[in-house]
Ligand binder design. Structure first.
Ligand SMILES: [Zn+2]
Length: 460
């Protein structure tokens, strides 16, 4: 079964063939840490986490190297630090810690490498030096600029003509640029801003060069897969590729370019309700994080994703079904089996997660009707499939009851036991009174042949 991926550069789905199967390389542009991550920023993290997991299964855990950068110096970070009167490290530490916690809650494995701009200065300055030497960059008024005329393929990734790119850049072209499309590699710091020494004067790097230098340093060029949101295709990825190839890597930059679609909000509803629900940081406290992860993958990654509470509620319902099936199969010994063939086929077809989810549902249905002899095998396939991409990680009881504290849980269980007793005694009035009491506590009771089970109802 071959993994096929849609490549933005060739604009087609292609068989994935790594440069070296013993060291498959993937890079994804990471966060600028000046605030909490927006749920839209979490989409590429979760999408490429799925690809990372699929690659690890295909090539072995120790044979896939994944790097994602952290931009920890930039105008917004500087502005926030100046605002609070603290060094930039205070800002970047705070938001990087929160980012790690939030992405981990969403089930994303940590990348193999997470280089930071401030710790990559030597490599960045070294690459700019090579670009200057190769006549692909020039110094002017304390800046160093990339000379877009030096790279004949400039515009190839985004499919833009030089005329389009000039039209886009024409507003307010800086006087030190030789060509309107040229972009900054190094810029002088303003008074009071953090700066690093360089052959072109003290300053700091532009954003694009950061990624090229980090890729070269952590993974080596060319790499197999470069990922990110489709808003990064131009100019960021176009510029990354131009820099990398002109810095002594004419053989290539990335063999597969993958881009996820935008996450949109229903702006009317958003503006009416809480303004802060767009942050992953807040959402992970409002919803089970597995439901958020499911919602982020419920549309194919290249499609736009219309984010709304209903999308997360549907995701939660899909997981409720699967956890319900697992709860009813708790007598079957749990083992992690091989993912099902159909599930893998869906993932290998350019990460078709909606189809993979449909297959999980089908496995759930199969487990419900399986004969005693088949149940263990079906349960193992369901767990093996779901675990591969980070789902069904919780115990079924914990999933349904996880939102409740220990004291309240004990109280609920006491009431359930009392109600079961009343039902056995056919004291329907008492049973109904207790059910009403539980409903008031936001607990839903589900009666079954072996007694009642319960779950915390969705928060409104
Ligand atoms: Zn980047």
């Amino acid at each position: 079964m071959t993994l096929r991926l849609y490549d933005t550069m060739t604009r087609e789905k292609r068989d994935f063939v790594p440069i070296r199967p013993e060291r498959v390389t993937m890079y994804v542009c990471g966060p600028t840490v000046y605030n909490y991550a927006h749920i839209g920023n979490a989409r590429p993290v979760v999408v490429f986490d799925v690809l990372f997991r699929v690659l690890r299964r295909l090539y072995g855990e120790d044979h896939v190297v994944y790097a994602a950068n952290v931009t920890d110096v930039d105008d917004k970070i500087n502005a926030k630090a100046a605002d609070e009167g603290v060094p930039i490290e205070v800002i970047t530490r705070r938001y990087l810690d929160a980012y790690h916690a939030d992405m981990s809650a969403l089930g994303a494995l940590p990348p193999t490498f997470e280089p930071r701009a401030t710790q990559t200065m030597d490599a960045i300055i070294g690459m700019i030096g090579r670009l200057v030497r190769n006549n692909a960059a020039y110094a002017a008024e304390g800046h160093v600029l990339f000379n877009t005329q030096a790279f004949s393929d400039y515009g190839k990734l985004s499919g833009r003509s030089m005329d389009d790119m000039i039209a886009g850049a024409r507003v307010d072209v800086a006087p030190y640029k030789q060509h309107p499309a040229d972009f900054v590699l190094w810029k002088p710091a303003k008074p009071g801003e953090p700066e690093w020494p360089s052959p072109w004067g003290p300053g700091r790097p532009g954003w694009h060069i950061e990624c090229s230098a980090m890729i070269e340093q952590t993974l080596g060029l060319p790499i197999d897969i470069h990922g990110g949101g489709n808003d990064l295709i131009f100019p960021h990825h176009e510029n990354e590729m131009a820099q990398g190839m002109c810095a002594d890597h004419a053989e290539g930059y990335a063999n597969y370019w993958l881009h996820n679609g935008f996450l949109n909000f229903d702006s009317e509803k958003m503006s009416k309700s809480l303004g802060n629900v767009q942050l992953a940081h807040d959402l992970v406290t409002r919803w089970p994080p597995e439901a958020l992860r499911w919602a982020l993958l419920a549309s194919h990654y290249r499609q736009p994703l219309a984010w709304a509470d209903e999308v997360v509620a549907q995701a939660r319902a899909a997981l409720d079904y699967l956890y319900g099936v697992l709860g009813r199969a708790r007598d079957v010994p749990a083992a992690l089996g091989e993912p099902s063939e159909a599930f893998l086929e869906a993932l290998h077809d350019d990460l078709n997660t909606p189809r993979a989810f449909a297959e999980l549902h089908a496995l759930g249905q199969q487990l419900e009707i399986a004969s005693d002899g088949e149940r263990a095998g079906v349960k193992a396939a369901l767990l093996g499939s779901a675990h591969l991409i980070g789902f069904l990680q919780a115990d079924a009881d914990a999933w349904f009851q996880g939102d409740i504290d220990m004291a309240q849980k004990a109280r609920v269980e006491a009431l359930i036991a009392e109600r079961d007793q009343a039902r056995r005694e056919k004291d329907w009035a008492t049973a109904d009174r207790i059910r009403a009491q539980l409903t008031a506590m936001n607990v839903e009771v589900m009666d079954g042949p072996t007694g009642a089970t319960w779950k915390v109802k969705e928060r409104a």
